[in-house]
Write a protein that binds this ligand. Sequence first.
Ligand code: SF4
Length: 363
Amino acid sequence: MRELSDALLSWFDQCARKLPWREPASGTRCDPYAVIVSEFMLQQTQVSTVIPYYSRFMERFPDLPTLSHAEEPEVLKYWEGLGYYRRARQLLKLAKTLVFDFAGELPQDRKTLLKLPGIGEYTAGALLSFVFDLPEPAVDGNVLRVISRLDAKAYTMGDVKSQAAVRERVSGLIPPHRAGDFSEALIELGATICLSSSPLCHDCPMSHVCRAYQQGVVAEYPLRQKREKSPVSRMSYVLVHDGTHVFCRRRSEALLHGLYEFISLPRKYKKNDGEKVEEAMRKMSECSKLPFHELRYVADKRVVFSHRVWELSFWELRIEGVESGFVFQDKGDSNVLAVHRQALESMAFPAFLAGWRDAFLAE
Ligand code: SF4
């Protein structure tokens, strides 16, 4: 056991990546706020993608009190393109809870942490070990993979029982003198050496104690959960504008909640279905009585979420004479608002619409 942690820590001392949230802090091992923000951003997202988002976010919201006073639309704007927007909303809720209910302090016990917004078993362990250097396991997919191979045990990715078993196993491995480093080192090993496919076993500091490697069965570990086939939804988006104003809607649905989108139609229209799109739009905007000027097909797009797929077609409809703030009823459950085109820059759109919005703004 000691051999394993010594080998891992000495590798980590030499090879750890220099990451902005890993800077030492006074009073704690790392800055709690920096670790909170980075951990929320890193869920399901790679380090290289996160770094520029993290830097911009920290520049605008440099500490917990600043974030706790922010408005959700602005926080989402800083998250635009990173995906999994629920994390941004939960991070904002967490900041408010910590500032207003915990006097701005991060609790130092797992039980309390687990009751806070957006914090599950992994994040609780990461905060306790990275920030306070406590011997608490932080088991993400990387750690589960590494332990599964080191022990040649058939743990399953994403399986709650496997995660609990690996947490217990890791608890028994954490050296009391460098708990935070050990936690980070295990994750680092999984992220940079013990890769999901084609692990770099020849460069691995653990190969001498790795059972799967010794037995030549690395590819068998860990097990993967069988994935259900994702349901597919088909829709069309229409960017309706008069050159100066654009119709937008803020989503109230759980998926992409709080983000803006253009007008959507509940069918995917094909490239040569222009007349049908126009008909659907006329029905939708009956109350507006706005003259349609020109409709054109823009593109098709396939968007893959974690548990569903959207197949989309994009259209642009030019109309005439819209006043700012003009509103009409969309599907009876939400309002569509006409905003000045410049306002689009400060509104958060899902990544699959953001590129289209930017191209429109650049015209
Ligand atoms: S030897 Fe290979 S399989 Fe074992 S921990 Fe290292 S990289 Fe992973």
